[in-house]
Write a protein that binds this ligand. Structure first.
Ligand SMILES: NC(=O)c1ccc[n+]([C@@H]2O[C@H](COP(=O)([O-])OP(=O)(O)OC[C@H]3O[C@@H](n4cnc5c(N)ncnc54)[C@H](OP(=O)(O)O)[C@@H]3O)[C@@H](O)[C@H]2O)c1
Length: 279
């Protein structure tokens, strides 16, 4: 049972009711018999500054940060990691003595998920095509550049992709959605980072017929678990990786910083989250 002195963390956002982070972190708290707590806190944009400055006083170990605070929270912290600076967003805050630090663990989660579900996926390097140019795409670009990939970004709004290419440099180029089919024959890894294909969103319309044989297809959308993109890729014989593992792995560094144990993303946790998604 948590006591007033137990370590406490939370996920903050607005709205926040949808977040699966409490399910995940509470699973690990139980597994490792840690008398801590992890809750969901709705913080409106105008309340963010006061919430962050009161964090130390409340004795919180830290928090996860989600939409719409991932950028706005950065200037309120005492420092951020290189990943957070490059990605331009913070999703994990922790205390170091009396200082607040921010990290972005999405790139870590992205890579750890691929390492876990598609061993050897990066052995040949090569070219990855990334669909999207939002916050998750930035994390994917940062992650894939660290493994030596050359990247082609394809996004509905061209200027957002151009901006990512400008920030991340010469290994990143931009193509239009109309030109996508022409880039698939040379593609080793295709990643969807758009919201398309997610339950309640429009479908992702794409024909994978020209995708290079042996290419891996990764969709970071995880509701549903098998998106239409992954189903089409699987039917054509490609290795596929869903987005649930990224959600799980990105939570590992935060849990370790707050509660002092590096948690294992085990099969029972994945099952718990799968059941929740299907429900
Ligand atoms: N698995 C995980 O752990 C994980 C982590 C982070 C995010 N995600 C998922 O990744 C997705 C994107 O998140 P985000 O934070 O990057 O969101 P975001 O910053 O809002 O970016 C959304 C992206 O989707 C594109 N998009 C949205 N609606 C579209 C439409 N109707 N047609 C074409 N493109 C459309 C946007 O294109 P424009 O630029 O043209 O608007 C943009 O590229 C969400 O589904 C989120 O749940 C998963």
């Amino acid at each position: 049972m948590p006591s007033p002195h137990s370590p406490r963390a939370a996920v903050i956002g607005h709205p926040i009711a949808h977040s699966r982070s409490p399910l995940l972190h509470r699973y690990w708290l139980r597994l490792y018999a840690i008398a801590g707590d992890y809750e969901r806190i709705d913080v409106a944009p105008e309340a963010l500054r006061d919430f962050i400055s009161a964090m130390a006083g409340r004795g919180d170990a830290g928090c996860n940060v989600t939409v719409p605070h991932k950028q706005a929270v950065m200037p309120l912290l005492d420092g951020v990691t290189e990943a957070a600076r490059a990605i331009g967003a913070v999703n994990t805050i922790w205390r170091e003595k009396d200082r607040l630090r921010g990290d972005n663990t999405d790139a870590y989660g992205f890579l750890a998920n691929l390492d876990d579900k598609a061993p050897g996926w990066d052995s040949g390097g090569g070219r990855a095509v990334i669909l999207g140019a939002g916050g998750a795409a930035r994390a994917a670009v940062f992650a894939l550049l660290s493994r030596g990939f050359e990247l082609t970004l394809v996004n509905r709004t061209r200027v957002r992709a151009d901006e990512l290419a400008r920030v991340f440099g010469a290994a990143v180029s931009v193509a239009t959605p109309d030109d996508l089919a022409g880039h698939l024959p040379a593609c080793n890894l295709l990643v969807n980072t758009t919201a398309l294909g997610m339950s309640g969103k429009p479908p992702l319309v794409i024909d994978l017929a020209s995708l290079r044989q042996g290419a891996i297809v990764h969709d970071i959308v995880y509701v549903p678990l098998e998106t239409d993109l992954l189903r089409q890729a699987r039917t054509l014989g490609h290795r596929t990786v869903d987005g649930l593992g990224m959600l799980i792995h990105q939570a590992v560094p935060g849990f370790e910083r707050w509660f002092g144990v590096r948690p294992l993303p085990d099969a029972a946790l994945r099952q718990l989250l799968e059941d929740d998604i299907r429900a």
